[in-house]
Design a protein around this ligand. Sequence first.
Ligand SMILES: *Cc1c(COP(=O)(O)O)cnc(C)c1O
Length: 425
Amino acid sequence: MPSPGPTDRPPSVDILARSIADVGLPHPMLVDAARAAIAAGDPESARAFAIAASRRMLRPVINATGTILHTNLGRAPVAVHQDERYTNLELDLISGGRGSRMATAGDLIAKACGTEKAIIVNNCAAAILLVLSGLADGRDVVVSRSELVEIGGGFRIPEVMARSGANLIEVGTTNRTRVADYANAVDDPATDVGVVLQVHQSNYKIVGFTEAPTIAQLAGLDAPLVADIGSGLLDSRCPWLKGGPPGWLAEEPAARQTLAAGAGLVTFSGDKLFGGPQAGIIAGDAELVGRCAEHPLARALRPGDLVLSALQDTALAYLSEDGDAIPFWRMAALTVDHLRGRAEAYDAAGVGDVVDVRSTPGGGTLPGVEIDSVGIARIGDHRQALRSLDRPVIARVDDDTTYIDLRTVHPDDDGAVIEALHSLG
Ligand SMILES: *Cc1c(COP(=O)(O)O)cnc(C)c1O
């Protein structure tokens, strides 16, 4: 039997779909809601199905969780402004010739890292895939057994390696790997090492009886060193913060210092500590970056002008040492005094108790790090009610108390959050 097309659809579905047109969704989505309601044996529920479909679509939310890079909320928030206009994405406005989409934002990021060249792909997973494909397809890659990890979302280093066509050589042990372990593999006449890969332990820690070589030691080996620093801290001195680096950054590896210590390339995410849009950055030695850029996969992994212009803005903010222009750093640097000042408005409105809370950087970076913050507490679990508002407020619950952490709430949204808390009664 042919499947029913638009013309032979049972009229009841169509009539039901039209009866909920005020939900404001395109007709085919209303038809889906009507069908689902009929299948559930309750045509009256069509409106609820349609509203649920509309609630699932992307919309701005207020992050009151205190997790600054919240994976479920798109990691770093960024402002993207673009009118309905063309951009000079691949046109060189000086010469009139073909320009490179990779060059502009890439060159700015390279400058901000103090290195020669950078290119941009869709995320850090893509960056690693491209680096391994570009430098080690059909060749060997040496990795420590302590770094054969899963980064999240099922992204596993050994599996990416297999996809890239590179052959994995594991060295050392789970807790201790020495530079000699790497050197033995690199210098073995039976191997053909294209890359020595060091993967930052972003989202886990190995503690106790441990040992790992420094970047400078690995850079002395006879093969290009690629450091996947993941989190994308640009410079450990944080010159974009007036107060210098916050204490909680502690041992986090930074792109500039990793390259200065001798890594040939670094790879990192655009939307973690870098604070930009979702992207992956490959930065370092011009010849190595060039080999990645020339690989056919580069075409499949490249971002469009929305992402590139947001990255360009982020890179310009770094070069101007303007941390306030980068939402992640603006939020990370807020002082407890400032947050307490904002909490007064909540206190005055009588919507909850002002309490000390702890924010986290999040995004799988800096495990265990907590940043003193100020929040509003309400007894009970109000997450669902806050989530169902027109401007959803995403809160955290601990021990049957709902917490609003002011660090991740934009100051312009304080009024909306007060109203949201008010609506709880
Ligand atoms: C987060 C992370 C990745 C993956 O980055 P995406 O941008 O999410 O693809 C890779 N390596 C390390 C070390 C990371 O921390």
